[in-house]
Design a protein around this ligand. Structure first.
Ligand code: XLS
Ligand code: NI
Ligand code: NI
Length: 440
């Protein structure tokens, strides 16, 4: 039985393709710098946007038209959406999807009933896993939608809410393990504050650290070997979120002795909300050995919120893939399309063409980044720029052998130094050239 019966399996047709339902650049088995595109990109579908999103916004009613619209029984609907997820991924040659516990199964009256619902759907997913190549990139817990989480979950002012959140994450880790999930994500939905007037910031942050330690301990206890990931976001829905950006979250991890247990899931739109570009967040995570996975989307720079658009900006994916190649890929992480179709793109066909747009934009970005690296000018110029640290006084500085006294002695009678020009405009053309040549 097919849900998207009007859509065939999506084919690669090459760079001249103009069919919205075919790939122009994503050619899964094509090798780029010794690795297949499929392995570099490790795409995943976000269950919440693609199978739960209905186009509702703050000002208007749902717009989406889906083949499951007439199904009312919540458990029947939940199973149908799982069937849809597998069919969707298979038709797009996407190997993974990601989910929140509450995306896949409805809540009951107690946590026990909710867990029973979840178990029933997890069994249904497990049945699919037996016959499908599609797997789970990561699981997570929704600790932000229900009213009980209005003041946060692991940073709530209410200890019962904290306990509820802990029990929920316990179950979500178990379920992720059972489904063979490669990672587990913590996005601090409402872990922040609305006003400092009522906020005990130190208690909240310490409680958050205790929560993460309990998660680490429990994963160890049950033998969950997936990677734990923190997904920073500076704000929204709260005014301030504690995991503001990678740098901020890293100092939190270090302070509380959690660094070795976590990596980062960098979301492009969260980077721009924090006042950084996508590449900055990837770079900062990478140079600290903590770039784990990516939520692939883009924001609108004129809008100050998380618009979760499908990534179509090749410049940004090129620089993103440049960091990802330098990171040696993302495995066991991947590129999760935490992106939703615009409200006006209401047909099921749009779900496919939007993912294809995102996949093609990252595939082209991968090819362009590989060109940039293989051609080598950018890397050579970078090396050249810092060459004064390769010998002499620079080497002494780099090796930690210099002191204020030795540096003063070295420079005091010399003419004022003039560093090399930056040539930024030329470097930006190098990026343009690599995109153009990758697109041929
Ligand atoms: C929201 C986040 C969320 C996480 C998963 O802004 O991006 O979707 O990725 O909880
Ligand atoms: Ni996200
Ligand atoms: Ni987001």
């Amino acid at each position: 039985m097919s849900i998207f019966d009007k859509i065939e399996r999506i084919q690669y047709k090459g760079p001249d393709n103009r069919d919205p339902l075919a790939f122009s650049f994503y050619n899964p088995e094509e090798t780029i710098m010794g690795t297949t595109m499929k392995e570099y990109l490790r795409f995943a579908v976000a269950f919440w946007h693609t199978f739960k999103g209905d186009g509702l916004d703050m000002f208007g009613q749902p717009t989406a038209r889906r083949s499951w619209d007439s199904v009312k029984d919540p458990m029947t609907l939940a199973k149908l959406k799982v069937d849809a997820a597998f069919e969707f991924c298979e038709k797009l040659s996407i190997d993974y999807f990601c989910f929140h516990d509450r995306d896949i199964a409805p809540e009951g009256n107690t946590l026990r009933q909710t867990n029973n619902n979840l178990d029933e759907i997890v069994r249904h997913i497990s049945d699919h896993l037996k016959t499908s190549n599609v797997g789970i990139l990561w699981g997570t817990a929704n600790l932000f939608a229900h009213p009980r989480f209005m003041h946060g979950a692991a940073t709530s002012c209410d200890a019962d809410v904290y306990a509820y959140a802990a029990a929920q994450v316990k179950k979500a880790i178990e379920v992720t393990k059972e489904l063979g999930g490669k990672n587990y994500v913590f996005w601090g939905g409402r872990e922040g504050y609305e006003t400092l007037l009522n906020t005990n910031m130190s208690l909240e942050i310490e409680n958050l650290a205790r929560f993460f330690h309990m998660a680490v301990d429990y994963a160890k206890e049950i033998g969950f070997e997936g990677q734990f990931l923190i997904e920073p976001k500076p704000m929204e829905p709260t005014k301030h979120q504690y995991d503001f950006d990678v740098a901020n979250a890293l100092s939190f991890l270090r302070k509380y002795g959690l660094e070795e247990h976590f990596k980062f899931n960098v979301e492009a739109n969260h980077a721009t909300l924090a006042g950084h570009d996508f590449q900055h967040e990837l770079r900062f995570a990478r140079i600290n050995g903590l770039l784990g996975s990516v939520d692939a989307n883009q924001g609108d720079l004129l809008l100050g919120w998380d618009t979760d658009q499908f990534p179509t900006d090749v410049y940004s994916t090129t620089l993103g893939m440049y960091e990802i190649i330098k990171n040696g890929g993302l495995n066991p992480g991947g590129l999760n399309f935490d992106a939703k179709v615009r409200r006006g793109s209401y047909e099921e066909k749009d779900l496919f063409s939007s993912h294809i747009a995102g996949m093609d934009t990252f595939a082209l970005g991968l090819k362009a980044a590989a060109k940039l690296l293989q051609e080598g000018t950018l890397e050579d110029l970078l090396k050249e720029r810092y060459r004064s640290f390769d010998s002499g006084i620079g080497k002494e500085i780099e090796e930690g052998r210099a002191s204020f006294k030795s540096l003063e002695e070295y420079i005091i009678d010399k003419e004022s130094p003039l560093p090399e020009p930056s040539r930024q405009e030329y470097l930006e053309r190098l990026v343009n050239w690599s995109i153009v040549s990758a697109g041929r």
